[in-house]
Design a binder for this molecule. Structure first.
Ligand code: AMP
Ligand code: GLY
Length: 443
């Protein structure tokens, strides 16, 4: 049944699904969505060179800023559900626009996306709702920042207020470093995203990502995940978009998850409702498990990358129905997310030089890959004129495997990764070290 049976666009048919985005995350979503037999076609706008290796998937190229052309194409393709992957179109109000045109959309409106696109707003939101998070100061000038940084007893974390592709956070080890970070942001390193700066108390503990699929009032949780943000082994080196992940996170016992629901997830949903924000999409809770309890490091209004690639293979064919229910405000809230009894792990292969400068255009050779419980999701790839697969980004592709335990998962992932080659390929060998015997024994 449709949300509005007068309108043909909103009928509950899943025949043609559109995903907006071009990363590994969107390919993984497509892979999980196409599992449902009701789905005949999954379009990705624009997708990447890996998209069309996925069953039922096709790339399209529509300029989402040209609203008329976009709607015409949606009608032509008889799109019934639209899933918006990245934060930028959400922050720009794409979901608002499509909902006004009566499309079923998975992804929050601009008001909900503010959880991600304004860190100061998100911090005040948490403060208002008594949600545990690091103490913070919102500052508009370097002078103000300087005063707070040098009067603090410990070096403060410095964050650009707006979107910065995951690069706007500095975790310094001295007050001078904090000051230099604030200075670079106010000097325009991130353009308008740095008009305001958030200074934060530095907190400590392991990090875990939790994803809640929301329909505006109710929500259901996906399996938790832990990602590795640092470039180098032993979690050293610069922050990246993510070098690998594993799911579920054994760190979270059932009791601890209950605590997180009570102290963080439910209060977030309640505060959204209190503010009349009709959030239909995923809320990504980036949490730190400190000795004082769980605290929110950040909210995102989208799935994590590479957490999404890691979690999607654990979903069954019902996953797309959950997205549709969220888009229609129809969740019951006690739906079972049917997940595999296996665990999953993902390793990202990057171009040499990432997250700084890197070259692209190198041919990618893929040999014999296990046909069971092993997926390759392209992140930054393109095709040459002759149809050869080429590197086309910093994070090039991910290899994702499932098995009975994490030792088997990562043995399989690294064995298959040996079959993949391109000039300058780089990956960490210790993804999942927290859950692999080899590392726990210190071998
Ligand atoms: P974000 O982009 O907000 O996820 O931040 C990137 C990384 O910076 C996080 O994954 C944390 O490792 C670290 N971080 C952010 N905020 C803090 C904080 N208040 N204290 C310590 N580390 C932080
Ligand atoms: N994996 C972290 C992120 O997607 O922001």
């Amino acid at each position: 049944m449709g949300i509005n049976s007068k309108n043909s666009k909103s009928f509950s048919s899943l025949e043609n699904v559109l995903i907006i985005g071009n990363g590994g995350r969107e390919n993984a979503l497509a892979w999980a969505i196409q599992k449902n037999e009701l789905v005949k076609k999954v379009y990705l706008n624009p997708g990447n060179a890996g998209t069309e290796r996925i069953n039922k998937c096709e790339r399209i190229k529509i300029d989402i800023n040209n609203k008329n052309e976009f709607v015409e194409k949606l009608n032509f393709l008889k799109i019934s559900l639209i899933v918006i992957g990245p934060e930028i179109p959400l922050a720009n109000g794409l979901a608002d626009f499509l909902r006004k045109k009566d499309y079923k959309v998975f992804g929050p409106n601009r008001d909900g996306a503010k959880l991600e696109y304004s860190k100061s707003w998100a911090k005040e939101f948490m403060q208002e709702a008594n949600i545990p998070t690091a103490n913070f100061w919102k500052v508009k000038t370097l002078e103000e920042a300087k005063k707070i940084i040098y009067s603090s007893s410990t070096p403060l974390v410095v964050k650009a207020d707006g979107l910065a592709s995951g690069k706007g956070v500095f975790v310094p080890s001295s007050k001078d470093e904090s000051f230099r970070a604030a200075e670079s942001i106010f000097n325009g390193k991130f353009g308008n995203s740095g008009n305001m700066v958030v200074l934060e108390e530095k907190i400590e503990g392991p990090e875990v990502s939790i994803f809640a699929l929301c329909d505006g009032r109710k929500y259901i949780l996906l399996p938790s995940a832990q990602d590795h943000k640092r470039l180098n082994e032993q979690d050293k080196g610069p922050n990246t978009g993510g070098m690998g992940a594993y799911s579920p996170a054994p760190l979270l016992t059932e009791d601890y998850l209950d605590r997180i629901i009570k102290e963080i997830i439910q209060p977030t949903i309640d505060e959204l409702n209190k503010r009349n924000i009709d959030y239909k999409g995923v809320i990504y809770f980036g949490l730190m498990i400190t000795k004082y309890g769980p605290k929110v490091i950040e909210y995102n209004c989208r799935f994590g990358d590479p957490e999404c690639q890691t979690i999607m293979p654990l979903m069954d064919q019902n996953f797309v129905c959950l997205l549709e229910k969220c888009s229609m405000g129809n969740l019951i809230g006690d739906e079972k997310v049917n997940i595999s009894d296996k665990v999953s792990g993902c390793v990202i292969a990057t171009s040499k030089g990432y997250p700084n400068e890197y070259k692209t255009g190198f041919p990618i050779k893929i040999g014999n890959i296990d046909s069971n419980d092993c997926q390759i999701f392209d992140s930054g790839t393109s095709l040459s004129k002759n149809g050869e697969l080429l590197t086309d980004g910093g994070r090039v592709l991910s290899i994702v495997c499932q098995d009975k335990d994490f030792d088997m998962v990562f043995e399989k992932a690294y064995r298959n990764l040996k079959e993949i080659n391109f000039d300058g390929i780089y990956f960490r060998n210790d993804i999942g070290h927290q859950v692999r015997k080899k590392f726990r024994k210190g071998i």
